[in-house]
Structures are given as structure tokens and as C-alpha cells.
Design a protein around this ligand. Structure first.
Ligand SMILES: [Zn+2]
Length: 325
């Protein structure tokens, strides 16, 4: 595999063109379909086959070649420099909802197969309202991803959530206005999401952050606004009555994951105190703080991703119960 090892160089400043070098050519839709089918058939038996049936090793090799990740990392503002990400190939699939934000990079972090997607595109071309959330989540589902780790930047609505802190939210409140919220436009499906985040993933990254000794908060309500503008001071003071952190991208990403039966966790880095505080927010401030925290978030991924095994959550049950799956 060493000849496939990339020298991926990703810039870290939002709004600038990002270069990705030595990435393998995209695979076709047929590759993805084969990959998905092979995963469903073979993955549940992979460890057993390795142990007791050497004749199945060619299939194991095929699985490794196809490199089917079950974990996806969605990177947002500033999460553009995963030096530890070993890119093996990229895919840019068509979905019923169009193309995803960008090519999906498939590779490894700490030896764990991961699909990495730039939420806003590499060149940051999609503002929060225009991100193709449905195409993104559909494509990741088709790739075989079961776990979604979403990294993002947020403002703080409470003094104890300080800039530089990591927040693993457990709730959200939706103040967006014009997004495409569901896969079920023509079928009546009312999914239940009283607790929209995966408790299993939340626990893994909370434990990992604890062991790393970084300031973090498990819990908190993420207020999602439409953007792209930041809040007025009056709005920010109002939002303080409802939530703990504020951002523009969680909705509908989080609920779409639940509709597809995927586990979803948000790793939110606090970059500022939003507009209720004395200092006004600027994109430069957000990017500066995010870059300062980048190494911390990436280390959290490096240490946390290998801990993901079989979940004990009920994320997929909600999708099954309402008929979404
Ligand atoms: Zn879950």
C-alpha cells in the first residue's frame, strides 16, 4: 500500500483554494455499488473468516482493496488539515440528490478506515444554506458508513463554554429557515429524535477528551441558525435563553443521519462568544481560533476513532420504527 500513500496537503484557511495532491483517481459508481454489496455480505463475517477459513482470504483482500469505511468524518470550517489522514482513493458519486459537497476521500486515520468529506467543499464554495446535505448523507450511507463524526466551529452562548473548548452537544434547536430537511417529501414519515445525537459516539469522545485532559463539555444545546450572517446582538441575547452554543450547519445534517439510521456525533470547537459578549465576531476570529484548536481535534479523532466498535445505541431503531428504513 505504500505506493498509494498520499502526500495530501490541505490548506487550513476557509475561503482559500485547497490543494490535494497524489490522490488516486475517483472510482466509478459501479465500484461503490460492488463495495456496498460486498460490505453487507462479507463484513459481518470478516473476523470469523480470518480465524477459521483461510480459503476466504482472497475475499478479505478484496474487502481491504475496496476499503469500505464504516466511519465518516465531516470536516467543517478549519478542519482542513488532517496530516494523519492516509488517503487511499477518492470517490465522487452521484446520488438522487446530486453530487456531494466534494470528492469523498477514503483512507485511514490511526489505521481505521474512514471516509472524509469537506462539508463546504475544499474551496469552501458552499455556504451553510447551500451545502448539499442530502447528497452528502446519502453518499456516505451508500459507501457503507454507519457512524458520522461531524467536526464544526461554533460560537458560545454561555460564559462557561469558553473559546477553545470542545463541546459534544446532546440537543439542538432549529432556527434555520430554508433548508431541505428530509428524505421523505412524498411519504409520510415522522421520525422521533428526542435525543438526536448518538449516545455511544458521544461517550467515546467524551472519554477520549477526558483522558487527553482537554477542556470539554458533554452536553449542551446547539442552536442552529440560517446564516450566513452572524446574529444581531438582540438575537444572540435571545438565543442565550434557549441554548449553549450556536452554529449554522448541524441542521439538517444531524436529522438526515437519523433518517438513514446512522449514528451521528458532533465535535464542536468554540471559537468565540457570539454577539451577546463584548467582542464582536468575525470570520477571521473564527478561523484563527479553529486553527489553534485544529491539532487538538485531530488528536481526538486519532485516539477516539479506533475505539468505535459495535454500538449499544438505538439510533437505527428510530429509523426502523417510523418506517424510514
Ligand atoms: Zn448511535
Amino acid at each position: 500500500m505504500s505506493d498509494l500513500k498520499p502526500a495530501a496537503v490541505w490548506t487550513t484557511v476557509a475561503g482559500s483554494r485547497t490543494n490535494v495532491t497524489n490522490v488516486q483517481p475517483s472510482v466509478s459508481a459501479a465500484d461503490i455499488l460492488i463495495s456496498s454489496v460486498m460490505k453487507k455480505i462479507l463484513r459481518p463475517h470478516r473476523s470469523l473468516m480470518i480465524q477459521i477459513c483461510p480459503k476466504h482470504r482472497p475475499f478479505i483482500s478484496l474487502l481491504e482493496f475496496l476499503n469500505m469505511p464504516k466511519i465518516a468524518v465531516i470536516g467543517g470550517t478549519g478542519i482542513y488539515n488532517p496530516d494523519s489522514f492516509e488517503t487511499i482513493k477518492t470517490v465522487f458519486p452521484d446520488t438522487p440528490y446530486g453530487k456531494p459537497s466534494d470528492e469523498i476521500m477514503i483512507g485511514k486515520i490511526s489505521g481505521v478506515e474512514v471516509a472524509f468529506l469537506f462539508r463546504h467543499g475544499r474551496s469552501h464554495r458552499y455556504p451553510p444554506s447551500s451545502v448539499p446535505y442530502k447528497a452528502n448523507m446519502w453518499a456516505l450511507k451508500e459507501l457503507g458508513c454507519e457512524y458520522i463524526i461531524s467536526a464544526c466551529a461554533v460560537g458560545s452562548l454561555q460564559i462557561e463554554y469558553a473559546p477553545g473548548d470542545l463541546v459534544i452537544p446532546t440537543q439542538f434547536i432549529d432556527f434555520t429557515k430554508k433548508r431541505d430537511y428530509t428524505f421523505f417529501d412524498k411519504k409520510i414519515v415522522h421520525i422521533s429524535i428526542p435525543d438526536p445525537f448518538c449516545t455511544y459516539l458521544n461517550r467515546i469522545f467524551d472519554d477520549t477528551a477526558e483522558k487527553m485532559g482537554i477542556r470539554h463539555h458533554l452536553g449542551g444545546a446547539y442552536v442552529c441558525i440560517e446564516g450566513p450572517r452572524f446574529s444581531t446582538r438582540a438575537e444572540s441575547k435571545m438565543f442565550r435563553q434557549f441554548g449553549d452554543i450556536i452554529g449554522m450547519t448541524l441542521v439538517p445534517e444531524c436529522q438526515l443521519a437519523r433518517e438513514l439510521g446512522m449514528c451521528y456525533c458532533s465535535l464542536a470547537t468554540v471559537t468565540d462568544y457570539d454577539m451577546w459578549h463584548e467582542e464582536d465576531v468575525s470570520i477571521e476570529m473564527v478561523v484563527k481560533t479553529m486553527n489553534e484548536c485544529l491539532a487538538k481535534v485531530l488528536k481526538l479523532l486519532e485516539l477516539g476513532l479506533p475505539k468505535i466498535g459495535k454500538s449499544d445505541c438505538d439510533c437505527i431503531e428510530a429509523a426502523k420504527e417510523c418506517g424510514a428504513l
